[in-house]
Unconditional design. Sequence first.
Length: 249
Amino acid sequence: MASHLWYPLLLVAIFLLMQTSDCFIHSRAAFYPNSDENGTDIGACGFGSFGATINGGDVSAASDLYRGGVGCGACYQVRCTDTAHCSSKGVTVVITDQGSSHGTDFVLSQRAFSKMAQTADAAASLLSIGVVDIEYRRVSCSYPNKNITIKVDENSNFPHYMGFVIWYQQGIKDITAVQLCETQNFVCKLLDRSYGAVWTTTTPPSGPLQVRMLFSDDDGDETWLVPVNNIPEDWKAGETYDTGVQVNI
Ligand SMILES: *[C@@H]1O[C@H](CO)[C@@H](O)[C@H](O)[C@H]1NC(C)=O
Ligand SMILES: *[C@@H]1O[C@H](CO)[C@@H](O)[C@H](O)[C@H]1NC(C)=O
């Protein structure tokens, strides 16, 4: 075959290679300058102290990847690229905040930032550099032995206001809509994303409540997840409720 006939095939091969989810994207990462090793209690996702300590404290703020709050709870494998100091595995972080430092895509907790290093000495070097070149890719979140859990926020006050965040969402999809259904005749209402991962309504229905979540991926696939357990009629501000379901998609 004449060599010029191979050229389109080569382009197709390169295109297919770029489509695989194995592709890392180059960027930069900094770390939270506070003395605490974990993330922040006041992250823009609205997770509270859970957002500082989830995933063993391997958390991050994201700039563009925050995506108006849709990116809250998404997981990324992040590895620095300096082979003298960095491990090839890097660290898997959960997005719990919005932010950027010197134009980085990620601001990692110090704990997560250090985990990108091969050794404790290498971690000290990375921390002293402060902002490092990295590559990252979206990966599945994993919370062994956890169901998706609803945390009702402290300001909730029936019948005037109900807000909550969703904890322990596994997999690689985004929650892009949430419905609150009353369980007698399944009248459902779409909730507002007030900010970050916080879903709210000023008119919570009475009775036991079912929280339905819409999972979406990059290809436009959408699936409503219907939980096994309801939030009980006498739900309380600040309480957590196990939905009895988990996803791995
Ligand atoms: C950081 O998070 C880890 C894992 O959740 C927790 O065990 C530890 O107590 C936290 N440290 C601080 C200072 O809050
Ligand atoms: C998850 O929910 C199921 C019921 O759907 C329950 O049997 C199981 O104990 C729950 N898991 C945890 C870790 O709470």
